[in-house]
Design a protein around this ligand. Structure first.
Ligand SMILES: [Zn+2]
Length: 280
């Protein structure tokens, strides 16, 4: 369960390892004085395995661990980093400490005691930076998308961006009931805005990708949002939306996004009533 691959160097001093069972990318950025870990694995035990693996590749001590969002495969290893600075979006602590949104069940399913889960020490709303000695790492919340607390981690000198699950290349993006389908594409615009022509992005799952891949993903996510809006405005009931609509991803991947997309439009007062002719 807590299998961790070897590190692969994706740029000078920037490494990625893949942690099972979720195939999640764990990032490591090594500076002259300190190292920063991106995402902590699925359990405190896996978090400890990540720290052991860091020690095998560099003498620089881990000073910081960042969680890109609250999902189990990214944040449940936080307890293994209790002695260093841990950073997450301000929404993450509430998710984990309240043990809501399936946190308790997810932990038990992984054989993790929910009482072992901890929140990040530092909660950020917008952005912060971490100095590793000879390089600076930037951490930013560019908006909501996969969750309400997605962070991206930027290594400017290496031209690498860690995007968490805002982006996936192992399969389609994952919509959950905590996703924001109408805002996700705009958040990816923010990621694109950070990229130069040669920049590479490490997604939450799957191999790193280039700017064109992010453009395509942005277009597909915008298409889902636009299709939900079209269906609502045409009076298609939510229960019929999956079959009535045309989607860039398989139904199993997009279903939660459609449900959430309908709910979010209803919340802002778009009711999806079919227009009728005036009778008099
Ligand atoms: Zn996720």
């Amino acid at each position: 369960m807590s299998e961790l691959s070897d590190w692969r160097e994706v740029a000078a001093g920037v490494y990625v390892a893949v942690a099972e069972p979720a195939g999640v990318n764990v990032g490591l950025i090594v500076g002259k004085e300190a190292a920063l870990v991106v995402d902590t694995g699925s359990s405190p035990a896996q978090g400890r395995a990540i720290r052991d693996a860091v020690a095998r590749i560099t003498a620089a001590p881990v000073s910081t661990a960042v969680v890109t969002h609250w999902h189990y495969d990214h944040a449940f290893g936080l307890a293994a980093f209790h002695d260093v600075l841990t950073i997450g979006h301000e929404s993450v602590a509430g998710r984990i400490s309240a043990l809501d949104h399936g946190v308790t069940e997810a932990a038990r399913g992984l054989g993790v005691d929910p009482a072992e889960l901890v929140a990040p020490h530092r909660q950020i709303a917008v952005a912060t930076a971490v100095d590793l000695g000879d390089r600076r790492v930037e951490i930013a919340h560019l908006g909501r998308g996969h969750t309400d607390g997605d962070l991206v981690v930027v290594v400017p000198d290496a031209d690498v961006v860690f995007a968490g699950d805002l982006l996936e290349s192992a399969g389609p993006p994952w919509y959950g009931d905590d996703s924001f389908p109408h805002e996700w594409a705009a958040t990816l615009d923010g990621v694109i805005g950070l990229m130069a022509r040669r920049s590479r992005v490490v997604p939450g799952h799957g191999p790193e990708v280039d700017r064109e891949f992010v453009f395509n993903a942005r277009g597909e996510l915008a298409a889902v949002s636009g299709e939900v809006r079209r269906l609502v405005e045409s009076g298609v009931a939510e229960r019929d939306a999956l079959t009535a609509g045309s989607w860039p991803f398989p139904e199993v991947n997009v279903a939660a996004g459609v449900a959430r997309g309908y709910a979010d439009l209803a919340d802002v007062g778009i009711k999806g009533v079919r227009p009728t002719l005036p009778l008099a």
